[in-house]
Design a binder for this molecule. Structure first.
Ligand SMILES: Nc1ncnc2c1ncn2[C@@H]1O[C@H](COP(=O)(O)OP(=O)(O)OP(=O)(O)O)[C@@H](O)[C@H]1O
Length: 750
């Protein structure tokens, strides 16, 4: 909402979509227009006039050619609903307040009907496949929505003025033509019904989350404009952003009603937002940070922590936060990845320590070296490392006796008392060995940081108790190590990619903020867990019960890609970070595109050649050439990444391996193992080497007989990795394999 004097001017998100398609000069004129309008809507040059009839809609002049259509919400409160060429007729406009969501909806019926007529089937022929004959709509096709009555559509929140035209739709292409201009809820409901979702599920999963909590007065436009369901710009900067940033900047300005509810709500304790890939969890986390900062009293400290799993993701969060709120916002927020944060805590406590921190694969190599030296062939290095990190460090098991009693839920293979004694001895040797070598693992750092922070929290609480007992006297202080007064490190903590944090990370974060309203806000999706850190937050002191919500509309990927990705997940069950299970029910998209390509090859050499040919065909056929940085290829191993890179090089295609620090901004197609693509997105995605024995790895397949529980866990992780890779794609997905396809493709291929 932008105000000058007493005039309020807002911009409806649907109008913004129209504006994106306008010539640059008109966008500039629109920016000038809104300033003049806010100064004085009656300025003669604006030619403000009411459209004929009793309509609330007015038109105003932007330039010689273009007019803004505005809905008058109250005396001096205006909403831009459309920007049109002056020759386009205005007599089939429809607007109103949706009786379910309470949001303002606007539809130009003429534009909707033209879009349906114009709609060309979106199928893009695969460049390596022979061209398919053009698909003509069947001559006597049945209308699509006969199974639902008008009353049922209305109950789901479909815009009533559109019902007659909905009744005429007979093909999916026509439906896509309609949803391009239909109000958001109408689009989502129709696609869900069309995709075969039962009425009750659509009502519960699509409509209910955006329904207004109170009865809706469909005449009260002022109130309607303030509801999250009316998606409008909220500030002057936002309007400029919407005009300048185009499609890429929309996330900064227009939140989905389901997203904005989560951003603005006051939570009485820790809260968690789940949801499938691309549903805007990170966007919600960023807006949440901005919201929390806006509630802070003025100051120069950083009372808000925004954290995530690794360095790349933290760098990405920082730059997006900067885009969202500039230096001013960043000045109040600490953005750190969680391991870095833990290391800082440990270094603060042990300033002289020079220990080198090693990752899991280096640690497993160290285990192997130790077992070789001890000539211990009865134990597997990976098993011991997992046992040490997940059971011993994960549960803060401090003594041998405690280890005998420790729960090993989900660890598979039973280990008896004598085996536990042997494991305990080996882990002791291992930690001594690391100490001697001046090394520590990230798990050790996290565990140490958690202990230090818990200790600090206990001291803070003790002071608080003393203060209370002394009648609130404020002269009881304790100094922290660095000479400052002891206090909680942060007022609010926001965590992205929460599914992959270690138990010790959670303990550390819990102790870093007081148990208060809006203390912790976590976003994450357990279907995308690609590391081994399964947790039950409740047991770590983070109680999210009753404060858990889920996003379900994907903004990233098409319905076709989403459907294939869900086939990869199959029937597996996933947890909700708190000991119960979670599903992706309701996960959907209103974007449409081609069906993912499936490409069998005879061997790895011919697979590499086929991938090169596929990319060269894109370069040759695409109407609009896609820059190679918008294409990514995921492979199972680093070795395969190198081999594929060199094959592409032989064909003149530059490929860039992305490492732990991400891509370095040089031009070229990004290649990397699946781990590297977490949190990223690309226009076109190729997944290579999706063969049996590679995904999951042969070593995992072998566990099927020897340790079924561990097999299930490892296989699920491999499945999640493939799911993450598939859902990085915005427009197209191609899956290649050689020999026998991965078992995870079974449902896709049947
Ligand atoms: N309200 C919105 N308007 C426009 N674009 C949006 C909106 N919300 C999210 N997006 C876009 O959708 C894409 C996915 O968003 P985001 O990365 O936040 O999803 P996510 O749920 O965190 O995904 P993942 O779980 O795969 O990491 C991004 O390109 C983002 O800009």
């Amino acid at each position: 909402m932008t105000k000058t004097g007493c005039v309020t001017l807002r911009l409806l998100d649907k109008a913004d979509k129209e504006i994106l398609r306008l010539p640059r000069t008109v966008k500039g004129a629109l920016f000038d227009f809104q300033h003049k309008f806010k100064d004085n809507p009656r300025t003669p040059g604006l030619k403000l006039k009411q459209l004929k009839g009793d309509s609330r809609i007015w038109s105003a002049r932007i330039n010689d050619e273009y007019r803004a259509l505005l809905l008058r919400l109250a005396e001096d409160d205006w909403l831009i609903v459309s920007v049109k060429h002056r020759k386009e007729v205005y007599d089939r406009l429809s607007y109103g307040i949706n009786h379910v969501t309470g949001g303002i909806e606007y539809v130009d019926l003429q534009v909707v009907e033209d879009s349906i007529l114009r709609r060309i089937p979106p199928q893009e022929p695969s460049p390596t496949a022979p061209a398919a004959p053009a698909e003509a709509p069947p001559p006597s096709a049945q209308p699509l929505f006969t199974a639902w009555s008008d009353a049922q559509l209305s109950e789901l929140g479909v815009a009533e003025p559109l019902v007659p035209v909905i009744r005429t739709l007979t093909t999916e292409e026509q439906l896509l033509g309609l949803i391009e201009y239909a109000p958001q809820l109408t689009s989502e409901v129709l696609l869900a019904l069309h995709d075969g979702k039962p009425f009750d599920e659509v009502r519960d999963e699509v409509t209910a989350p955006v329904a207004a909590p109170e009865p809706v007065d469909t005449e009260d436009f002022r109130t309607a404009a303030e509801r999250p369901a009316t998606v409008v710009t909220t500030s002057d900067d936002a309007l400029r952003e919407a005009l300048e940033a185009g499609d890429f900047g929309r996330w900064k300005v227009f939140l989905h009603p389901a997203q904005s509810k989560l951003v603005e709500r006051r939570y009485s304790g820790p809260a968690r937002v789940g949801g499938g890939p691309g549903t805007g969890k990170t966007i919600v986390a960023l807006h949440r940070v901005r919201h929390l900062v806006s509630q802070l009293p003025p100051g120069h400290t950083k009372p808000v922590l925004l954290t995530t799993y690794n360095k790349n993701l933290a760098a990405d969060l920082r730059s997006r936060l900067l885009e969202l709120g500039g230096e001013q916002l960043l000045a109040r927020v600490e953005v750190s990845h969680v391991d870095q944060l833990a290391l800082r805590v440990v270094r603060e406590a042990e300033p002289g320590s020079r220990k080198h921190t090693i990752d899991d694969s280096q640690a497993v190599r160290e285990w192997r070296a130790m077992l070789d030296e001890l000539d211990e062939s009865g134990w597997d290095a990976e098993f011991l490392h997992d046992e040490w990190t997940q059971v011993i460090l994960g549960q803060a098991v401090g003594t041998r006796t405690d280890y005998f009693r420790a729960r090993r839920a989900g660890r598979g293979k039973n280990v008896g008392r004598s085996e536990r004694a042997a494991i305990w001895q080996l882990t002791e040797r291992f930690t001594q060995r690391l100490d001697r070598l001046g090394r520590q693992t990230w798990d050790q750092v996290a565990e140490r940081a958690a202990r230090l922070e818990i200790g600090r929290e206990q001291r803070i609480r003790a002071i608080e108790r003393q203060r209370e007992e002394s009648g609130g006297l404020d002269n009881i202080h304790l100094q922290d190590g660095s000479g400052g007064w002891l206090h909680y490190r942060y007022r609010h903590i926001v965590v992205d990619e929460a599914q992959d944090l270690r138990p010790a990370h959670w303990k550390m974060l819990r102790a870093m903020t007081a148990r208060d309203a809006d203390d912790l806000f976590l976003v994450g999706d357990t279907h995308q867990r690609i590391y081994k850190n399964q947790v039950t937050l409740g047991s770590l002191g983070i109680n999210i019960r009753g404060r858990s919500a889920k996003l379900s509309l994907s903004y990233r990927t098409t319905r076709q890609i989403l459907r294939s990705a869900l086939e990869v997940l199959g029937e597996e069950t996933y947890d909700d970070l708190d000991g119960s299970s979670e599903t992706l029910a309701g996960y959907r998209s209103v974007l449409s595109g081609g069906t993912p390509g499936l490409h069998p090859c005879s061997d790895w050499q011919s697979e590499r050649e086929a991938i090169a040919a596929h990319i060269l065909a894109w370069d040759a056929h695409s109407d609009e050439r896609i820059t190679h940085e918008q294409i990514a290829i995921c492979v199972p191993t680093n070795h395969m990444a190198r081999e594929l890179g060199s094959t592409l090089g032989e064909h003149g295609v530059r490929a860039l391996e992305i490492g732990a620090d991400g891509a370095r901004g040089e031009p070229g197609i990004h290649i990397g193992t699946m781990f590297r693509f977490k949190g990223l997105e690309y226009q076109r995605m190729i997944i290579a080497g999706v063969s049996d024995g590679l995904i999951p790895r042969e070593q995992v397949n072998q566990l099927r007989q020897t340790d079924p529980a561990r097999y299930r866990r490892e296989a699920q992780r491999a499945r999640s990795l493939l799911f993450v890779a598939a859902t990085r794609a915005r427009d197209s997905l191609d899956v290649f394999w050689h020999g026998t396809p991965s078992p995870f493709l079974r449902r896709l291929l049947s």
